[in-house]
Design a binder for this molecule. Sequence first.
Ligand SMILES: Nc1ncnc2c1ncn2[C@@H]1O[C@H](COP(=O)(O)OP(=O)(O)OP(=O)(O)O)[C@@H](O)[C@H]1O
Length: 258
Amino acid sequence: MPAESSALPAESRPVLRAEGLVKTHQGGEGAPAHAVRGVDLSVRKGEFVAVTGPSGAGKSTLLHLLGGLQRPDSGSIWLDGECADRWSEARWAVERRKRIGIVFQFFNLVSDLSVADNVELPALLAGVAPKRARTERAELLGELGLAGKERSLPGELSGGEQQRVALARALVNRPPLLLADEPVGSLDSKGTREVMRLLSRFHQRGQAIVLVTHDARLASAADRVISFFDGRIADDAELDGGPPPRLPGTSGVLELRD
Ligand SMILES: Nc1ncnc2c1ncn2[C@@H]1O[C@H](COP(=O)(O)OP(=O)(O)OP(=O)(O)O)[C@@H](O)[C@H]1O
């Protein structure tokens, strides 16, 4: 069993720690893809980390490993000091509901469930009483500007609205960590700004976020930017809270900070 970090006091324990993560995809006919080639990473409570890099660099694979959606070939993951190496799929599913919210590029909402049911589902699966799940859902949808859309089906909403529902679903159990894989990749610029503002707002309230994006401009909303290249961390830089970078070819900036 790898060394425990739970010996640290709870307040200084990272919300997520990974050590020596390696993952090779055995593609059908092609050569194996060495997607993640040895990654050490620690995310502090409340920290907003962006992971950027070119297509195929291994960003999504890394996020899937961190959320237990794929298993590493080697390496270890700790959530709040607890080693996940020996967790079964079922245990990962239970722990994800409590500890990790996940949003993807294409929302992954259940198309024949209403907005309200989509958001309440993870709370009910986590054993939250129906009344409390309804209250949490109502609060989050109100906060995300979706009050009045409870009875709608996902297909009746805009892309930005669907992504906000996906965010509400990811956050309904108030997990300490949100993993977001290109959450604005399919949105127009208005939807992108909406979702990024919400991420910034949740971050300001203490939510740790790991945001995968190939867009360096979006990464400027984070505290820290990891550049991922060829399955490895090529650079890991704290941002100092300065202004976000200018959009190339314009005089303006993309204003993601509230
Ligand atoms: N399920 C899979 N089976 C086989 N190969 C895979 C699988 N998933 C990813 N790969 C390969 O692993 C490598 C890393 O892919 P990954 O999706 O993690 O990169 P990425 O940085 O997220 O790319 P993008 O920005 O295009 O989404 C690529 O070579 C990809 O083709």
